[in-house]
Write a protein that binds this ligand. Sequence first.
Ligand SMILES: [Cu+2]
Length: 367
Amino acid sequence: MFTRRQALMGAAATAMLAAMPPLAAAANEADIAALPREKVTLVAPPYVHAHDQVATSGPKVVEFTMTIQEKPIVIDDEGTTLQAMTYDGSVPGPLMVVHEGDYVELTLVNPATNSLPHNIDFHAATGALGGGELTFVNPGEQVKLRFKATRTGTFVYHCAPGGPMIPWHVVSGMSGAIMVLPRDGLKNEKGEAVTYDNVFYIGENDFYIPRDENGAFKNYDSPGEGYGDMVEVMRTLTPTHVVFNGAKGALTGENALKAKVGENVLIVHSQANRDSRPHLIGGHGDYVWEEGKFANPPAKDLETWFIRGGSAGAAMYTFLQPGIYAYVNHNLIEAVELGATAHFVVEGEWNDDLMKQVAAPGPIQTN
Ligand SMILES: [Cu+2]
């Protein structure tokens, strides 16, 4: 097992961290202690905990707790099982929402029932390793990290316990996202306020499941048992599964996302390891923060957008027609063969002006 010291970024990084001066902002502690505190209970994706879009008060300390769970999850309809590593039991981990200027205070728990050390690297945070050094916890430990949310946008967080453990933990499920909203809410390209009626969080994962000599996916009894085989598959850079929210079908059929005509939906989409290209079949991105950062004006009317591996983006769309919309990674092989498809089931009145079948299928007319 990796120890805390061995696991981090090598001797140079360790020396650099040891040489860091005491926090210059120590005098600030009293100010932070005087801030109001809010305890948030996280919600499993695709849903998101209740939050204000426009902050109703000044900055606060927002308390979150996440418990790391190593557990088997079924990732396709053939019963293929991944010995997953999860934040709070879900793949992806929960979406956290705060406002710019708030302090995020996370208690990260690694129960003794787990077999591996873990940590968390917040792309939203400023400081060495995104908090990875400060949150490294062995099984049986917990840790508390505080960081100030200084930049707005949607950002990935992921486990980064050092060296080859980093990609392995990430492709075993350990990533999620945080959304830092501007205190006065989201704006369109003209600087006008825009709000959403609902928000869904879609985390995309690439999985690398080893196969046996007959080509069947292998099962393992623990993450560590499958490590060597999985690294071999990872090194091909060819995933066996590309899925939304932890499994093929996690967001289709009975698990489809629900919306109504006229509802304005925000879709936060993260991919911690690999590029993706979301497309809503039959709809559009009215406003898309492709890189996910709200200081930049959103692009408008997009057909397909790009999520860079290691980032989270946000797309806003008002549904105009009822029906079933597939939301896919528009590498269609990944969408259909490997699993990266979600469905929105939208209720409401059909608008013939926007689309109508003028003549039903029938014999080809020759005259
Ligand atoms: Cu981990």
